[in-house]
Every structure is written in structure tokens, then in C-alpha cells.
Write a protein that binds this ligand. Structure first.
Ligand code: COI
Length: 379
């Protein structure tokens, strides 16, 4: 495999690390051009861009930075993508001290590359780290790491219209610890993979199943943060639902078994008349970045949006239902099955979700005015 040089990595890193830097310095760009045979910088990787699902494709580089107990994170490094070595007593392996994030790099027309609100992922990771007693990188370090990872893996960003580069930041307790207490060391790691549609249905409407037996979170728990420990417990419910042909599972609140929380991989929205409603975030629901962007886009477009308790009965009586998430983007729901009843929703043209999707994607690809300053252009 052709490798880049440490000097080149250093230049790219220091160039992209400058506060607010949105492009490489001239020196780094020249070094990159001169090093072309050394650095994997062809425009596109040689893969089948027409058949990307949401599977892992091995890319070239990942970013890592470490932090010892009571210290700040060291400056991180890009390194070749590969396995990480862990102590068997690492906090993440023994006590689940780990958080993840998901954000995407999009290739617009004319080769421009855009990130969407990476600062919001950084802030969410910081809030999660506080809840899980972990140290976290600064917002600036987080955003720089995402930029560096996207830039170094640029050839893996799909052509316009074929998908995006999914960027997965992780914060894990890597220090050894036997008793139940915070890990003495943390690692911040960012890797990436080109992806297409999250669901195997592609862009076809989803068929969801309401499971009132398993709960994703409880009040006072950690359902509102992106802890790795929130995801394994839903695998059984998802597996059962998928075996019956459903796309994903919707969870209800654990106390009343009546209020809609979220699906395993995304937030829920319903449309009734001209009002859009979504479950309020009260600590049991992940505060999705796509969720809050859609609330703003919908309000900007003149829709009334309510964040409140939403009952499963209301969901079953809605005109339209859709889901949002970074991996999912916005997906229309075709049916929901609850208590043995299957409700079919409006699909096709004229959906509110289609209208919102067009605006969201237009902003993410630099085609629609970004009046909230959500988009970060990489080069
Ligand atoms: C995302 O949307 O980025 C997520 O982290 C959801 C995950 C289940 C793929």
C-alpha cells in the first residue's frame, strides 16, 4: 500500500487545525501535490459506488488522540486505518465506558466537500462524557479531527448522489481498571466509511414495529446520551422484528408504555393536519442533530412544530410518519404495526418529509442557502 509521509501528515494536520481553517494552507497544498505518488490522492477509490449500503468499507486513515487521568487530550495523529490494541482491563471492555458519534462528509458539485454541523456532535460528545465520567476532547479538537479524517480519506467520499462518507468518532476508556470506577486513560478515535442508504429498503418507505416489551431507556438513565451501552440492548428486538420483515423497532416509555420514544437508529416525527410533532427530549431520547435541524427547517418553511409527549395512539392515527438520523437522513414510514394492528400511511408525492428532505440535502450539498451556518466546507 502506498503511504503518505509523516511530514505531509504534519503539514495537513497543522493546516487544518488552525482555528476556523476551512482549507489547506498553500504550503500544505503544494506538499500534497508534490507528494502525489506517496499519498493516496486519486479522486475516487476503486469501488462500486452504485451499490453502497450501510456496511463497513475499510478506508485509508483514522485519527487517534489519548488523554491520561486529569490531563487534557494530547494532539492527535492520523495513522493508517487498522486494529487498536487494548488492555483486557480497559474501562470500555469491562464497564462499557464508551461514546460514539456519527457525522457525514458530502461531495457536492465541482468536487466541493461539506461537513454538516460537526460542532454539534462535539458538544453532544462532551455532554455524554460528563454523564459517563469521561474526559472529552475540546470542540475544536473534535472538529479538527473530523476534518482531518474526511480530508485524508477524501477518495472514499462517494460521487454526488451516490452516498456520503460516514464519519464515526469514538471516545473510549482505554486505561486498565478492575474496580468499578472511571478509566485512567481515554482514547478519542475517528474512522470513516463510505455509505449509501441505511435501510435495506433504500429510499422505499419503512415498515416499523412498536415493541412495548423492551425499553430503550428509563428516566434518570443514559438514554439521552450516545453511549455505546444504549445500543446492544436493542439488538434482540431489532433481530426479532427484522426476522418478521420489519425495518426497525419503535420503543415506548418504560413507565406508562404509552408514549413514543424513538426507533433503534433514529428519531420519530408525525404529521397530523398541518402540525408536525416529535417526542420531546426528556433524557430518554437521543437529541438527534438531524432531528433538531429538521425542526428548524420545518419552522423556517412555515410548518408548526411541536416537541411534546406523543402517544402511540396518535402515531397510529397520524397522516404521515417519518424518521430522522445522521445514518438514516430522513426516511418516510409506510406502515407501523402495534398490538397486532397495521396502520398504512400516505407515501409518494406531496409528503411533508419529501419537502423537508429536499431542503436538508440541498443545504448539506451546498445547493441551498445555509442561513444557519451549519455547513463547513472542507476544501
Ligand atoms: C447515526 O445515525 O449516526 C447513528 O449513530 C445511528 C446508528 C445506529 C447507526
Amino acid at each position: 500500500m502506498i503511504r503518505n509521509t509523516p511530514r505531509l501528515r504534519g503539514l495537513i494536520q497543522s493546516s487544518l487545525s488552525k482555528v476556523g481553517a476551512r482549507c489547506l494552507t498553500a504550503q500544505a497544498a503544494t506538499a500534497l501535490r508534490e507528494s502525489e505518488p506517496m499519498f493516496r490522492y486519486e479522486e475516487y477509490a476503486d469501488i462500486d459506488w452504485n451499490n453502497l449500503g450501510f456496511g463497513l468499507t475499510r478506508t485509508d486513515y483514522m485519527y487517534t488522540a489519548k488523554c491520561k487521568e486529569n490531563e487534557s487530550f494530547q494532539q492527535g495523529q492520523l495513522r493508517d486505518y487498522g486494529n487498536v490494541e487494548l488492555s483486557p482491563a480497559a474501562g470500555v471492555l469491562n464497564y462499557g465506558q464508551g461514546l460514539f458519534e456519527g457525522t457525514k462528509a458530502y461531495r457536492g458539485e465541482n468536487g466541493r466537500v461539506f461537513l454538516f454541523r460537526p460542532d454539534q456532535n462535539a458538544i453532544r460528545m462532551q455532554m455524554g462524557a460528563e454523564r459517563m465520567c469521561m474526559r472529552s476532547p475540546s470542540v475544536q479538537q473534535f472538529v479538527d479531527a473530523v476534518k482531518q479524517t474526511a480530508f485524508a480519506n477524501k477518495r472514499w467520499i462517494p460521487p454526488p448522489g451516490k452516498g456520503s462518507l460516514y464519519i464515526r468518532p469514538l471516545l473510549i476508556g482505554t486505561g486498565p481498571i478492575l474496580g468499578l470506577s472511571p478509566s485512567p486513560e481515554y482514547t478519542f478515535l475517528v474512522y470513516a466509511s463510505p455509505v449509501g442508504n441505511y435501510f435495506k429498503e433504500g429510499t422505499a418507505p419503512l415498515n416499523l414495529y412498536v415493541n412495548d416489551e423492551f425499553h430503550r431507556a428509563t428516566r434518570g438513565g443514559a438514554g439521552g446520551v450516545k453511549s455505546i451501552t444504549n445500543y446492544a440492548p436493542v439488538l434482540q428486538a431489532i433481530s426479532k422484528a427484522k426476522a418478521q420483515g420489519f425495518s426497525d423497532v419503535i420503543y415506548l416509555d418504560s413507565v406508562h408504555k404509552k408514549y413514543v420514544e424513538e426507533a433503534s437508529s433514529c428519531n420519530m416525527f408525525l404529521v397530523k393536519g398541518n402540525v408536525i410533532s416529535t417526542p420531546a427530549t426528556v433524557g430518554t431520547i437521543l437529541e438527534g442533530i438531524t432531528r433538531k435541524s429538521i425542526i428548524d427547517i420545518a419552522r423556517d418553511s412555515g410548518y408548526k412544530v411541536e416537541e411534546r409527549l406523543v402517544t402511540v395512539d396518535e402515531l397510529m392515527e397520524a397522516d404521515e410518519v417519518f424518521t430522522t438520523g445522521t445514518a438514516v437522513s430522513i426516511a418516510a414510514v409506510g406502515s407501523i404495526t402495534y398490538n397486532g394492528q397495521r396502520k398504512e400511511y400516505k407515501t409518494g408525492d406531496g409528503l411533508v418529509s419529501k419537502d423537508l428532505y429536499k431542503t436538508l440535502v440541498g443545504i448539506q450539498l451546498g445547493k441551498i442557502e445555509d442561513k444557519h451556518n451549519w455547513v463547513v466546507q472542507l476544501d
